[in-house]
Structures are given as C-alpha cells and as structure tokens.
Design a protein around this ligand. Structure first.
Ligand code: 39S
Ligand code: ZN
Length: 765
C-alpha cells in the first residue's frame, strides 16, 4: 500500500528560510548563503519523508517566495516593467516581481483559495512571449535524486495557472486568459520532457481550481490541456491533485475522463461529498490518492475512522491502486510538534503537525497493507478519547450563552447616517479624515522587549514602561504628521490574532507552530481547543493609556470574531459558527469595556472575513449570514456616539458587498491599491454606500514610498465614485511589517495629499 504527501512547509522547523531571505534582502548575506540554507532545508525534508517510509515524496514544493510565482518564472511570463531580458530568471527579477523595487511596484498578491497563504497573481495578455525560463522543477528533481530520493515533481497545472491569473494592465476586458493555453502548453511539454529525461516516473499537477464552480467552458479547458499533453506524458504516471473542497459532480466527470492521466487526488477532509462520487463511479485501473490526513489543521488524525474509509475505498479501486495521502499540501499546517516544549501534555497528545502527519499517512498505508502498528493505533485511540471527554474542553455557561444568540438579529438601534451625525458632533473631524489601520513598525527593540518579558528577564514594571514609551512615540509622531484619528500602534501585540488568543480561555499556544502567510512572513495561529471565554479585559489598559496621551480621538483596536476564527487552528468537533459566536460574546464584552473607559472610536478588524468565504457558491450564503451576525453581536450594544470601524485586507468584495453593508459598521477601511482598485468598480456600478469608507491609498506590503501626487491621484479616483463626506484617507493595511524610514515619508505624503484635496475641494465649492 503506497503513501504520498501533497506538499511540505518550506520555512523550516525554526523558520530558517525566513531569516535567510530577510538577511539576503537586507544585503547582509549572499545569494550563495541563501541557496545553501534552502538546499539544506530541502534535503532534510526529503530525508525525513524517505525515513518515514513515504513512497511518493514531492519535489518542487519548495519555493523562495511562492509556487505560483515560480510557475510564472517557469513560463517566462515576466511583466515588461521588470526589464527582464531573457535567460534563466535570477533572484533580481524574481524578488522584484514579488516585492517590487525602488522604481517598480510589486505584482499583485492575493489569497490562495480560502487559506491565509498569499500568492503572486500572474499578469497575462495576448502579447506575452512565453519561454522556458526557470529550470527549478528539474533541478530540484535531480537534487533529490542525487541524495538518493526519487521524487514526484509537482507543478501548478496549466489550467489552474491561467484561471488564477489576471489580464495585464491595458489588456481588453474581453480577453480570455484561457486562450493562452495553446501558448503555455509547449513550455509544459519542455519541462515534462526534461523531467522524464532526468528519470522521473511520476508527475503531479496541482489543479485546485477544479473544486470551484466552473462552467463547462472552463472544464473544457482541462480536457483540451491534458489531451495536448498526452503524448508528452506517455510513459509517466500522472497525478492530478485537487484540494480544499469537494470536486463538483460535473468537474469530477471531466477530471476522471482526462486523457493521459493515471491518478486523481482528492481532499477527503473538506470534501465529504467526493466520497460518494468515487463510490458512484471511479475509472478502472486508475490510482486514487485519498487525502485523509488534514493539511489545514493540527489535530491528530482519527486513525481508526480513516482506516475504515480506506477499507471502503480499497473495495472500489483495488488494493494496488489506493494511495494514502494528505488532504492538501502541509504548507498550511505547523511544521513539527517535537519543538513544542511548553505545550500541556494532554493537549499535545491531541495534535499532529506536518512531521507527525507524515508518520500518520505512513501508519495508515501500513495498516491497510496488513502491517498495523498496534501500539501507534491504540495510543491514537486513547488520545481521541481523551479529547472527547476532557473537562477542559467544555464550559456550559458559554455554550448556553452562545446557543441563545441564534435567531436574533443584534442590530444597533439607530441607522448609520444618524449615527455618523451624532459621532461627528463629538469628533469634529475635517473632510477626508486621515487615519491608519492600527499597527506601527515592529522594531527589533520592541520584539526584544516582548521576548524578555515573556521569558521573565524583565519585570512587569519595566515592560509596561517600555511599551508606554513606545505608544507615546507613536502618538507624538502621528500628531506631528497631523493625522486626525490616532492609533496606539499595537506594540504590545505579537500578532493581531495570537494576542487575543493568549488572553482568552479555550486557546492553546505553540512556540514554533509557524505557518507561511506570504514570502518570508509567517503567522503562529493559536489553537482553539475548547469553549471560549474572556476572563479579563484585554486591551483597555493600553488603549486608555494611549488616549490619555492625546486630545485627538484614539481608536480602540480589536480583532473581530470571524478573523480570530479564520486565523486560528480551529476545533473540528463542533461547527465553525458555534466557535465564532463564543468569540463574538467575548469581544462584545471588550467593546463595552472600552466604551466605558472613554474610547469613542473602536475598530474591530475583520481582515479575514472574505477569506473564510466557502469556495462553493452553495455554501456561501450560510457562512455570510453567521459571519456578519457575529460581527454585529460585538457592537450592537454601543451608543450612537461611539464610532465603530472595521478593516479588511486583500479582498475581492464585488460578490459580497451587500454582506459588508449589512455588517453596519460606521467606517470601513479596505485594501485597495494593490489590486488595481477593483474595489472601486463596485461603487462605479452603482452600489449605494452610506457609511464611512477608506479604500487604502497606498500598498504597505512593499518597501516603496508613494509620492504625494500618486496618493492624491488615487484619492481623486475615489472621489469620482464616492461621496466626499464619507471618504477616509488611510493606507491599505497595518504598518507592522514596514520600517520607520518608509512609514514616516509615506504617511507624511498621505497627509499632504489629503490636505491638498481638502484645499481643492474647498475652492471648487
Ligand atoms: N494572523 C495573521 N494573519 C494575517 C495577517 C496578520 O497580521 N496576522 N496579515 C495579513 C498578511 N499576513 C501577514 C502575516 C504575517 C506578518 C508578520 O509580520 N509576521 C511576523 C511574525 C512576527 C511575530 O509574531 N513575532 C513574535 C515572535 C517574536 C519572535 O519572532 N521571536 C524570536 C525569538 C524567540 C525567542 O527567543 O524566544 C523568534 O522566534 O525567532 C513577536 O514579535 O512577538 C513575521 O513573520 O516576521 C504580517 C502579515 C494576512 N494574514
Ligand atoms: Zn489588513
């Protein structure tokens, strides 16, 4: 019985790649240093899988930044503005596309399906001259082979690549990205041929777009693509891997009829309906890669349940055609539980990170082949049982309160325009008020202070003093810049989700449970294992201190329930909405405590609301309903004069704008500048929006400093579609990843642009 891993985290157990990348970008180390760290990481991962007994070990799932960008490099699809002149694509061009450089902004970055991973969006048009410009897939295959590991090379499939692209600037709206299929297939043929020549016997194409609701035209593209590749693929075993949801019935038919394909991979964790399709009809003689070990979470697999599913599948496809696999790439889970020395032992026994999941996959494959490791299975069964019955999981009062929420609407009593009037009387803001999203740069010094406090190397007194000093610096800076609504800068927070998780009951934490979010940036999602409650106020102390330092309004800064849910490892023993309602009640208490403490503006970030939208349309309305409801629960109890802000990033809102309006926030700040101002098109199409809105005026994910003119130009574009009196001026997102050398001039230009427009508007009145 064979085993397979869809993909593996690249950052390393201690984020070795992150540090190597950042040091290279800062000019502190050489390209060779970076390549050495990368090669060591790859070899240790391959060896680890080989030692565990995995049969199909993936290669080319390593990336210096992103696997979609790697595919863009493979195809030589570099946008002309990066000045690439052909030849093998090197670090310069590659990282310029990813991060921008002094003269050119970065390519667009967006969410990878419904995960917290971000990919670089290919920009394509009829004039792109595709060429085979990165041999990375072949080099990595050979590298593994030289280490004695014969791998299954992984490529982003041609159709998903095109479906995830966008038309380049200036390209006609009517241009069909799929029309480029004929141009990229020859490049895929080149790389497949080289892989074959290097000795590969298997190849994996990731085609996750197959889980979306694709029309027949798009499905047809799969049929076309793989029939063109058929002759080149002959002699190879070809796996098409899908993940993140069920494959719809139509797509399942198309997929399983593809020519030249010999194996199909399915996510059987998020997609429980696919099992029925397989039971209904699965092509004879083809391999089924059964993704039963969850790549998106940290819970230990229920091995006996998985084994019984596998036994059913074995009856359908036959013993020699069933392969045990992960539900998706392990990129989306933490790396190795071995490095968690501080976790409670009982909770630890419930968990499995990437390294442990490999062992689970292998144990299942062995058990199916009749070599069940009884000790391993019975330890697993004991852990499953302890998790089900552990008293630390349940809090009956919380369950009752959350259950009582259903059915009610939780709306503020007054409508938004009346509320905004009442708030303006109190706040007295100019038109085009300026603000920021919350965080200010997280300096090395700041991280050191937090770390030393956590390690008890400095006292609470010293810690409070240091953080207050930082807040005071940030407040002074904002006053000097003449920003209207201030923030405290979030210096006490490691991360906007982890920070709240640390203060809520029902959450556990890891020390090294990092997951890549984009490029070198990682997050450490807290683990929600039990019912959630708030033992004490979480932010009131710092927000009141900050407000006392200024006469200007200071925004209280909270993370909303849907975002806390979506950016945590969440329980899989109750529906997501139940967990969210529990978090909503905790945040509601915090909102009300902030109001009592005299904070008049409170921002409740729902950065990940869009991200959690189910991939399949049939499930979206239900999600939006409870997600928006949870947000309203948090602030339905405040006075009219308390101004509720929310913030969202990386969002494509056109399809959910009505839900956003239904959140009924007083002001919303939204990412906008790195996605071609797609957001504004919603309003151009006539959607009425009466609340305050601040579409980001510059991209904070790039080190580039925007000029006053550029920002003024952006604001003008917004004024063309939005009423002057509702528009706010702010960056796209928080500033924590930037340096002060970037933030000061950028914000100064932002305020200058707002003032310029205020003057212009006053003179044209
Ligand atoms: N959860 C989440 N998801 C999100 C976002 C977000 O802000 N949070 N933003 C969007 C974009 N994604 C982002 C993801 C990560 C970061 C980011 O800045 N991450 C930091 C993590 C920094 C962090 O939390 N650090 C901790 C831990 C400190 C630390 O790293 N300590 C040292 C030493 C530890 C010791 O000696 O004990 C280490 O572990 O190396 C802290 O500052 O307190 C990074 O990768 O650099 C930014 C945006 C979308 N998704
Ligand atoms: Zn954001």
């Amino acid at each position: 019985m064979a085993s397979h891993i869809v993909g593996y985290p690249r950052m390393g157990p201690k984020r070795e790649l992150k540090f190597a990348l950042e040091s290279f970008w800062d000019g502190k180390s050489s390209a060779e240093d970076l390549q050495k760290v990368a090669a060591d990481l790859r070899s240790s991962i391959w060896k680890q899988m080989a030692d565990a007994g995995i049969k199909h070990i993936p290669s080319n799932t390593f990336s210096y930044y992103d696997q979609v960008l790697d595919t863009t490099a493979l195809l030589g699809a570099v946008p002309p503005r990066y000045g690439w002149n052909g030849g093998e694509i090197g670090f310069d061009t590659y990282f310029s596309m990813a991060r921008g450089n002094a003269s050119v902004p970065a390519m667009e970055m967006t969410k990878w399906f419904d995960t917290n991973y971000h990919f670089i969006v290919p920009e394509l048009g009829p004039d792109v001259n595709f060429s085979y410009a990165s041999h990375k897939a072949v080099e990595e295959y050979k590298e593994a082979k030289a280490l004695g590991v014969d791998t299954i090379p992984v490529l982003v499939g041609p159709v998903s690549y095109l479906l995830l692209s966008k038309p380049a600037k200036g390209v006609e709206k009517s241009f069909s990205l799929l029309s480029l299929l004929g141009k990229i297939i020859p490049i895929y043929k080149e790389v497949i041929s080289e892989l074959k020549a290097a000795g590969a016997s298997w190849i994996q194409f990731d085609e996750p777009t197959l889980v979306m609701d694709l029309d027949s035209h798009k499905l047809q593209a799969f049929t076309e693509a793989y029939s063109h590749l058929e002759s080149t693929l002959s002699g190879l075993n070809v796996l098409i891997e899908t993940y993140f949801a069920d494959v719809p019935a139509e797509a399942f038919k198309t997929l399983t009829s593809l020519k030249g394909v010999t194996a199909f991979g399915f996510d059987l964790v998020r997609g429980d309906k696919t099992l029925d399709l397989i039971k209904g009809e699965f092509p004879k003689g083809k391999y089924l890669f059964a993704g039963l070990v969850d790549g998106r979470n940290i819970w230990a697999n229920d091995l006996s349940a998985s084994l019984s599913t596998l036994q059913t599948l074995e009856g359908i496809v036959g013993k020699d055609k069933l392969v045990v696999s992960t539900s998706c790439s392990l990129l989306h889970t933490a790396v190795d539980l071995v490095n968690e020395t501080k976790l409670d032992q009982e909770i630890k026994s419930w968990l499995a990170f990437a390294a442990q999941k490999i062992v689970e996959v292998n144990a299942l494959a062995k058990a199916l082949a009749g070599h069940k490791d009884e000790a391993f299975f019975s330890a697993n069964a004991a852990a499953q049982a302890s998790r089900k019955s552990s008293p630390r999981v349940t809090n009956e009062a919380v369950q009752k309160a959350a259950a009582a929420l259903k059915g009610s609407d939780h709306r503020r009593a007054t409508n938004v325009s009346a509320r905004l009037d009442a708030q303006q009387k109190k706040l007295n803001l100019p038109i085009l008020p300026t603000t920021t999203i919350g965080s200010f740069p997280q300096t090395i010094e700041l991280r050191r202070v937090r770390r030393e406090y956590k390690a008890k190397k400095i006292s609470e007194e010293e810690y409070v003093k240091a953080i207050k000093e930082e807040i005071s610096k940030v407040v002074k800076l904002q006053e000097e810049l003449d920003i209207d609504v201030l923030v405290h800068g979030e210096p006490e927070r490691n991360d906007m989700v982890e920070y709240f998780g640390e203060q809520l009951s029902g959450f556990a934490f890891t020390v090294n449970g990092w997951v890549q979010s984009y490029g070198s940036r990682c997050v450490k999602p807290p683990i929600i294992y039990g019912d959630v409650s708030r033992p004490n106020p979480m932010t009131v102390f710092w927000s009141s201190a900050a407000q006392s330092m200024t006469a200007r309004p200071m925004k209280g800064m909270l993370t909303g329930p849907v975002t806390i849910l979506n950016w945590s490892f969440v329980r899989n023993d109750q529906p997501r909405f139940e967990t969210t309602y529990q978090i909503a009640l905790a945040i509601k208490d915090e909102v009300e405590d902030l109001e009592k403490a005299g904070i008049n503006v409170i921002q409740i970030d729902e950065a990940a609301l869009r991200e959690g939208l189910p991939l399949r349309k049939s499930e979206q309305a239900f999600y939006l309903d409870w997600a928006v409801h949870s947000f309203r629960i948090t602030n339905c109890g405040v006075q009219d004069t308390t101004q509720i802000h929310t913030h969202m990033c990386y969002s494509n809102f056109n399809d959910i704008i009505h839900s956003i309006i239904d959140m009924d926030a007083d002001v919303i700040t939204i990412e906008n500048s790195r996605s071609d101002e797609k957001l504004l098109s919603v309003f151009r199409e006539g959607v009425k929006y009466g609340a305050g809105i601040g579409p980001g005026v510059y991209d904070i994910h790039s080190p580039r400093i925007p000029s006053t003119e550029e920002i003024a130009d952006r604001i003008n574009k917004m004024l063309a579609v939005l009423e002057t009196n509702i528009l706010w001026v702010n960056p796209d997102c928080g500033l924590k990843t930037r340096k002060y050398a970037e933030v000061k001039p950028a914000l100064s230009n932002m305020v200058a642009a707002a003032k310029l427009l205020r003057t212009q508007l006053a003179s044209t009145k």
